[in-house]
Design a protein around this ligand. Structure first.
Ligand code: SF4
Length: 288
C-alpha cells in the first residue's frame, strides 16, 4: 500500500467516510521498500491505493505517481511494476507516457468507468463524462497500442434508465475491455445514493446485468483468441495442481495463462507460446 483513503466521494461509496482522506506514504520510503523487495527476489510489485494515481498530491514534495513509477523502474533487476486502482479523474498524459517509457511497468490499467452515461456519471459524482473517459482510453492506446484495459461497472444505479444502460453497453463495445468486474447497484447505508429514488426493479436490473456480462464475456473471449500463436514473456507464478496445464502464469498485462511446463520454472520469466484462449484465460507452452 502506498496511500490510504480517498477524497472523491462517489455517491455510492462508503470508503471516504470509513478510511478518511488521502494520505500518501513518503516517496523515498516506498522506493526503499520496492528496492528491498527486488533485492529479496520479488518479481511482481503492485502499488496499491484506493485512488493510487493521485499518490503524492498530499505530500507537497513536487513528485507524483508517475515520478514514483519512474523511480521504481530505475531499480536494477528483472521485475514488474503493477498498480491499482486508478481513478480516471487523475489519469494524466504524463502517467501514460511514463508507463510507455518504463520497461518494467506492466502495460495494464484498471480504469473503472462505472457507467457509459454522462448523466449517471454526474449522479455518481465521478468527475468525468463519457467523452472525457473515451478520450483517456484513446490517449492510453496512443502511447501503448497493446495496453490491457480492465474496468468496473455498476448496473442499475438509482435513476438509471434503459437509455443510460444502452450507453454503458455501447461504451463497452467501443472500448473492448480485456476484462470487466460488473456489479448490480447495492445501497451502502450512509451514502447519498442510498437515499436516491430507485424506481427500476431488481428483475429489470438483472436483465441489464446479464446482457452486460454476456457482452463482456464475448469480448474477453474474442480478445483472448487474438493471442493464439503469439509468443509472450510471462511470469510463472505457481502450480495449479490440476491437469496437464500444471502451472499458472501472467502476461505483462496481467492476463492469466495456464501453462504446460516444468514446475522448476515457477518464479521465472519465460517466453511462452499461446496455443488457446477462452473468456477466462489463455493456454500455452514454453516457446521453442
Ligand atoms: Fe474513492 Fe473509489 Fe470510493 Fe470513489 S469509488 S469514493 S474513487 S474509493
Amino acid at each position: 500500500s502506498i496511500m490510504y483513503g480517498c477524497n472523491n466521494f462517489c455517491t455510492y461509496c462508503i470508503v471516504p467516510y470509513v478510511r478518511g482522506r488521502e494520505r500518501s506514504r513518503k516517496f523515498d520510503d516506498v522506493v526503499a521498500e520496492a528496492r528491498a523487495l527486488v533485492e529479496a527476489g520479488y518479481k511482481d510489485i503492485t502499488l496499491l491505493g484506493q485512488n493510487v494515481n493521485s499518490y503524492g498530491k498530499d505530500l507537497d514534495e513536487g513528485r507524483d505517481f508517475a515520478d514514483l513509477i519512474r523511480e521504481i523502474n530505475a531499480i536494477p533487476g528483472d521485475f514488474l511494476i503493477r498498480f491499482m486502482t486508478s481513478h480516471p479523474r487523475d489519469a494524466t498524459e504524463k502517467l501514460f507516457r511514463t508507463m510507455a517509457e518504463c520497461e518494467k511497468c506492466a502495460k495494464h490499467i484498471h480504469l473503472p468507468v462505472q457507467s457509459g452515461s454522462s448523466r449517471v456519471l454526474k449522479a455518481m459524482n465521478r468527475h468525468y463524462d463519457r467523452e472525457k473517459y473515451l478520450a483517456l482510453v484513446d490517449m492510453a492506446r496512443s502511447y501503448m497500442p497493446d495496453i490491457v484495459l480492465t474496468t468496473d461497472i455498476i448496473v442499475g444505479f438509482p435513476g438509471e434508465t434503459a437509455e443510460d444502460f444502452a450507453e454503458t453497453l455501447s461504451l463497452v463495445e467501443q472500448v473492448r475491455y480485456d476484462a470487466m468486474f460488473t456489479f448490480i447497484f447495492s445501497p451502502r447505508e450512509g451514502t447519498p445514493a442510498a437515499t436516491m429514488p430507485d424506481p427500476v426493479s431488481r428483475e429489470e436490473k438483472q436483465v441489464w446485468f446479464d446482457q452486460l456480462v454476456e457482452t463482456a464475456n464475448r469480448i474477453s473471449g474474442e480478445k483472448h483468441q487474438e493471442y493464439i500463436g503469439r509468443k509472450l514473456r510471462v511470469l510463472v507464478d505457481g502450480e495449479t495442481g490440476r491437469g496437464e496445464y500444471n502451472l499458472s502464469a501472467r502476461t505483462n498485462g496481467g492476463r492469466l495463462v495456464h501453462l504446460k511446463a516444468d514446475p522448476s520454472l515457477v518464479g521465472s520469466f519465460i517466453e511462452a507460446e499461446i496455443t488457446d484462449g477462452n473468456t477466462w484465460a489463455l493456454y500455452g507452452v514454453p516457446a521453442e
